[in-house]
Design a protein around this ligand. Structure first.
Ligand code: FAD
Length: 405
């Protein structure tokens, strides 16, 4: 029996447990996770861990001794497969039952697969868990030709890591530009240019029809145009499907993820949902539901729920931020650029240091900063307050953003 049962021992679930422990929460806390390990950080998996500059130990969020000291009961390698919201009971894959007063669903998501032949061939990888990353890291030692399917953050970071490891790398993206979902065209074009300069071949606006193999091993990636790209390693990085099925079966309202309100409450009594699996509404991000896949969102929603459990309920007021590392590029983003009607470039991409300010009806809604920590830091307040600034003034990169606030 637990006062608080947390399902999913990832970024969000672990943060709830840590925040409760830090605040001296009096109730009992259970943290049940499907993966066989204690909570770890995923961001390095496609960056330093693949490159070999970050080792397994460094991924762990906390040491075993630390977790011990929190008093949290951690159960690893167990998947919650059933929730009975009326009885306040959850059951795992080994048929162990857990009674709870409050349930926090922090089950993240699963890497999407492609509905095409050949995805089960040897040499085809995805990248969501440390287990995936260990397999990929060992494969890249002997592989020669890699194809990355998907030009999102994970695909591109992996492409950069594979290229730096000396492989021949091709990226296939179905949209007409890279990172189309998350950034504007200036940054997309810059990132594409940098990958090409590094020797990565890009196929934009291209669809994969089949992964072709022999003796059970992948040999090539076939595009719908008939183009055939030789490959002995394929990474499928085509996004994430939120893990919502168990809660949906329990009756929770779900669309693209589990629907939650401003306090991260689902439609079921005493059940919260947070992190990559939660689709939330927020007055400062407009009317539409959003589901964010980021450390910021996982951590901040976890803290929102922890505060509610500590008797200090408050709404989640997100200031989304994100980062990506590829080659020597450090891209930092604050806000969400979706729906911008104007993008103002500050500086010259040819210098490898610039930023882009996104406006909607005159207000700053997001900023992308490439190797430009100062603009990133100073833009946070502009995005948070949705500052109204003259675009011509913004475009003068010799003037600091804080002076325009
Ligand atoms: P997760 O961290 O995925 O945790 C969910 C956990 O729940 C998993 O361990 C899963 O096994 C478990 N689980 C699922 N179902 C059940 C069940 N039924 N019962 C029990 N347990 C269950 N974000 C950034 O902000 N910056 C980055 O640079 C960045 N890089 C990334 C690189 C990679 C390779 C990946 C994969 C992600 C990256 N992210 C990055 C995204 C970030 O890691 C996620 O947004 C974050 O981990 C989400 O936290 P979460 O707790 O919602 O999900």
């Amino acid at each position: 029996d637990f006062d608080t049962l947390i399902v999913g021992a990832g970024q969000a679930g672990a943060q709830v447990a840590l925040s409760l422990a830090a605040a001296g929460y009096q109730g009992t806390v259970g943290l049940v996770g499907a993966e066989p390990t204690a909570p770890y950080e995923r961001p390095p998996l496609s960056k330093g861990f693949l490159a070999g500059t970050v080792e397994r130990d460094a991924l762990d969020m906390k040491s075993a001794q630390f977790w011990e000291s929190t008093g949290v009961t951690m159960v690893t390698g167990r998947e919650i497969v059933h929730v009975d919201p009326e009885a306040h009971l959850a059951r795992d894959s080994h048929d162990t039952a857990y009674r709870y007063r409050t349930l926090v669903w922090a089950a993240g998501g699963t890497a999407r697969s492609l509905p095409i032949p050949g995805t089960n061939l040897q040499g085809v990888y995805r990248l969501r868990t440390v287990e995936d990353a260990v397999s990929l890291r060992s494969a890249l030692r002997t592989a020669r030709r890699a194809v990355v399917i998907g030009g999102g953050y994970i695909g591109l970071e992996t492409a950069a890591s594979l290229r730096q490891a000396g492989l021949v790398v091709t990226v296939v993206e179905s949209q007409s530009r890279l990172l189309a979902r998350v950034t504007g065209s200036d940054v997309s074009d810059y990132i594409a240019h940098r990958h090409r300069v590094a020797g990565v071949q890009l196929h934009l606006g291209a669809e994969v029809s089949e992964l072709w193999g022999r003796d059970g091993k992948v040999r090539s990636v076939r595009l719908t145009t008939g183009v055939n790209i030789p490959a002995d390693l394929v990474l499928v990085g085509v996004g994430l499907a939120p893990n919502h099925l168990v809660l949906a079966a329990a009756g929770a309202a779900c669309s693209d993820g589990i629907e939650v309100d401003e306090r991260c409450r689902t439609s079921l009594a005493d059940i919260y949902a947070i992190g990559d699996c939660a689709a939330f509404t927020s007055s400062n991000l407009g009317e539409d539901r959003v589901r964010l896949e980021s450390v910021q969102n996982a951590v901040d929603q976890a803290k929102t729920v922890a505060d509610a459990l500590l008797g200090k309920p408050r709404p989640y007021v997100p200031l989304p931020w994100f980062w990506s590392h590829q080659y020597d590029i450090k891209l930092q983003t604050v806000g969400l650029q979706n729906g911008h009607d104007r993008a103002v470039l500050r500086g010259d991409p040819a210098t490898n240091r610039f930023s882009v300010v996104y406006l909607s009806r005159g207000s700053v809604i997001a900023v992308d900063a490439v190797n430009h920590v100062r603009d990133y830091v100073q833009s946070r307040a502009l995005v948070a307050t949705r500052a109204v600034i003259d675009p011509d003034a913004l475009s003068d990169s010799s003037v600091q953003l804080k002076e325009l606030a």
